[in-house]
Structures are given as structure tokens and as C-alpha cells.
Design a protein around this ligand. Structure first.
Ligand code: SAH
Ligand code: TMP
Length: 393
């Protein structure tokens, strides 16, 4: 299945950079050996993660709360019983998770290759090394810091193409009774909601419980718990321990049975997903064209990386969407990847409300609706495309 020509989803650019913009053919497939839904081609990691990375985790208050809660539960369950524990986070970004461990004076280390976000964490005294995690990095960390009680990763495991190498590195890095916990967008949510915008250059995998079990098994790690999360439009938190050293929670057997029943490990499931994506595309473009032809002003709300897939797959340009408002300073004044829609500050939105706002950050809907009551009160309406294209009541 193809989503056509796609740019770097976080590659916001200036007009002088349009001519040299990088594109790749975004095609997906399912691996018959491990049942992992994945991109066939992915741009080189250095094109996506660098000193000008545009995603700053701490911009969302809800996500700050989410990571605090997670850190507290990790501390209670896995760290408190251990003397001088060590927690390591892969893809620690600006320190949104690790600042909680720092505050609790727990030994911690973040592995973060994007220099600009790593620097924010370092400036706050959060221990961070600026590099890509892999088996070699794991060996270096063992030499400098010792083995870890807990390895955490949020919204990053699905970013790393050489996942077998990463799994091997984690297996080396964990103490005998150590655990790996990670969360990523969940395949079940993507299929149920037709949220195909989860697929973009950075998300090389969309995991299920079946697929992660298969990936980590050869490295001596077994899935011991799964916990669904509402974050990022529907995620799953997976906990792994060394085979036979932990009790396996009943949630694991339940979810694997459910996934098998729903045929997540079979190709045919993705044929209906493809049809749903095509319908979503035609419904969205028809709605935007119809409103535009009636003279309505439509803008995009939040220049998320996910929205890059929607905009480029549906070929939505500035004739349909006047601008996209966003709160990230380094995105403002630039243009969206591929479609080149201007990115403006939130003030531009709030100073003169449009008729319609396309909710690109649908995964942050609760937080946004709370903040934007006066847009709705003034007659403005939200357009959503997940789980279906509609003007919200
Ligand atoms: N954990 C944060 C950030 C997710 S964005 C959150 O959930 O909000 C993904 C992050 O992983 C980016 O900051 C990116 O620079 C980093 N990353 C990408 N590849 C990586 C790798 N191989 N090792 C460690 N971090 C990586
Ligand atoms: P994400 O969906 O990948 O987390 O990206 C969030 C983007 O949405 C980020 O660019 C910031 C932007 N945003 C807003 O502009 N306003 C908001 O209220 C929220 C929650 C996010």
C-alpha cells in the first residue's frame, strides 16, 4: 500500500528551501515472519533527527502529566525496592520523563540524538548523552554507568529501523531482573480509527502485542504486561522482562488472543484498512472543497508531524487551508513539509477566528477544546478526520 510521495514530516522549511526539499515514496507492508506493520523505505535517521529537530515533548501539559504519572509508578514498582537504582530512557527529548527521576534524586540517563532537544534537558541538569541508541551505545553505557534496573522508551522504539540491534542492546543493558517498558502508537487503534496519519517517515513500525513479542523473544525478553494508553491517539505500553524471571500478567494472553482473532498478523486485514484510508481521503478533500467554494475560511490547527501524511496524501494546499497555527517557536514563519502551507503563531488564530479549523492535533483534542472554548462560542467549528471526516457538533 502506498501513501505516495512524502516529505520529512518534521521538515518545516523556508521558501528558499522548497527547490531542494527531500521526498520519498511512502509504502507500507506487514512482515510475514514477525507480523510487524512497517514502512518499506525510510529516510536516513540523520535526515530526521538532528540539531534542529522540531518536536519538543514538553509543549503539551497533558503529556507532562502523563510522564509524571508513569515515572511515579515505575519508581514505586521497580526502583524503590532496589538500592541505588539506575533508570535509562531511550529518546528522552527535552527531559519530559527524566526530570521526574532527577527530582526524586534517582540515578538516570537519557539517550537523545537530536542535539537541540538534548540541550534543553542538559540545561535542566538532566543527565543526557547525545547519540543514537544501539547495541554499541549500550556497551558504552554499561562501561560508564553500569547495568540498568529499568529501560524506558516512549514514542521512539517505533522510530528505529534496526530494531533487532536495539533489542540486543537493551537485553545487554538490563540487570538480570531489570525491565524494559515502552509505549508507542498501537496498531489496533490505527486500524479501528483509520488514523493513517500515524504512518510517517519517523514511524517505521506500528506495533501490536504479537509483533513486539516476536521481535524481543530472540533476545531473551518476554512480554509480561500490556496497558492501553489514550496518548497519541491510542498507544500501548509494553513491559518486558527476561524469560521466566517475572510473572506474566493475564493482559498479555488476552491481548494476543484478541489480536489473533482480529487477524492483525494477516495481510488481508490491511486490504480493508487501505479502502478506509482512500474513503477518508475522498471525504476530507470533498468537504474542504465544498466549504471553500462557499467562501468559508478554513485553517489548520497544530502543525503536527502526523498531519504531514494527511496533507500530502490528500494533496491539501494553501488554496484549501489558509495557514496552520502552532505553538512551537521554530515552526512559526516556516512552511509545512511538502504542501508548503504557512505556519503562523497561535495569536494569528485567536486574533481573527476562521470559519473552520481542521483539527490536525486530534490526539490532543481534550486539551485543545478546553483552551479554545471562545473559538466555538464565536461560531467557529472544528473539522475532524479521525475516526471519520466530520464537522464536530
Ligand atoms: N520520548 C519523547 C520523545 C518522542 S519523539 C516523547 O514521548 O515525547 C522521538 C525522540 O527519539 C526524538 O527526540 C528523537 O531524536 C529520538 N530518537 C530517534 N532515534 C533514536 C535512537 N536511535 N536512539 C535514541 N533516541 C532516538
Ligand atoms: P504531536 O501531535 O506530534 O504531539 O505534535 C503536537 C504539535 O501540536 C506541536 O507542534 C505543538 C502543536 N500544538 C499546538 O499548536 N497547540 C496545542 O494546544 C497543542 C496541544 C499542540
Amino acid at each position: 500500500m502506498s501513501f505516495g510521495r512524502q516529505p520529512i514530516a518534521n521538515g518545516f522549511l523556508s521558501a528558499s528551501e522548497f527547490a531542494d526539499e527531500y521526498f520519498f515514496e511512502m509504502e507500507v507492508a506487514i512482515c510475514e515472519a514477525c507480523a510487524t506493520f512497517q514502512l518499506i523505505n525510510q529516510p536516513d535517521p540523520e535526515r530526521m533527527f538532528h540539531s534542529n529537530y522540531a518536536f519538543f515533548s514538553s509543549l503539551s501539559k497533558h503529556m507532562q502529566q502523563h510522564f509524571k504519572k508513569w515515572a511515579d509508578s515505575v519508581t514505586e514498582t521497580f526502583l524503590r525496592p532496589v538500592k541505588d537504582p539506575l533508570v535509562i530512557e531511550i529518546g528522552s527529548n527535552d527531559g519530559i520523563m527524566l526530570r521526574n527521576f532527577k527530582k526524586a534524586k534517582i540515578r538516570h540517563l537519557g539517550i537523545e540524538p537530536s542535539e537541540n532537544v538534548a540541550q534543553i534537558a542538559l540545561d535542566q541538569g538532566i543527565n543526557t548523552v547525545c547519540c543514537f541508541f544501539n547495541e554499541q551505545t549500550a556497551s558504552e553505557i554499561i562501561k560508564s554507568h553500569g547495568k540498568a534496573d529499568v529501560v524506558l522508551a516512549a514514542n521512539v522504539m517505533c522510530h528505529i529501523p534496526n530494531i533487532q540491534n536495539v533489542a540486543q542492546g537493551i537485553s545487554k543493558l538490563l540487570k538480570e531482573d531489570g525491565v524494559l517498558m515502552f509505549e508507542d502508537p498501537y496498531l489496533g487503534d490505527m486500524l479501528n480509527k483509520t488514523s493513517y496519519d500515524q504512518i510517517y517517515d519517523e514511524h517505521v513500525f506500528i506495533f501490536s502485542a504479537i509483533s513486539v513479542s516476536e521481535i524481543f523473544k530472540p533476545h531473551g525478553l518476554e512480554l509480561i504486561n500490556v496497558e492501553p494508553q489514550i496518548t497519541h491517539g491510542g498507544s500501548m505500553r509494553y513491559t518486558f522482562g527476561r524469560i521466566g524471571r517475572h510473572k506474566v500478567h493475564p493482559s498479555v494472553r488476552n491481548i494476543i488472543q484478541k489480536e489473533k482473532f482480529s487477524k492483525f498478523d494477516q495481510r488481508s486485514t490491511f486490504d480493508s484498512f487501505k479502502i478506509n484510508c482512500e474513503k477518508s481521503k475522498s471525504d476530507l478533500t470533498a468537504l474542504l472543497q465544498s466549504l471553500t467554494s462557499k467562501g468559508k475560511k478554513i485553517v489548520g490547527y497544530a502543525a503536527t508531524s502526523k498531519s504531514s501524511t494527511v496533507m500530502n496524501y490528500c494533496d491539501i494546499n494553501s488554496d484549501l487551508i489558509a495557514y496552520i497555527s502552532d505553538t512551537t517557536p521554530i515552526k512559526i514563519g516556516k512552511f509545512s513539509p511538502g504542501c508548503h502551507i504557512p505556519i503562523v503563531s497561535h495569536d494569528e488564530f485567536s486574533n481573527s477566528y476562521p470559519d473552520y479549523a481542521l483539527l490536525l492535533a486530534w490526539n490532543h483534542a481534550t486539551e485543545i477544546f478546553e483552551k479554545e472554548r471562545s473559538f466555538y462560542a464565536s461560531g467557529g467549528r472544528w473539522i475532524s478526520f479521525v475516526p471519520k471526516v466530520e464537522i464536530l457538533k
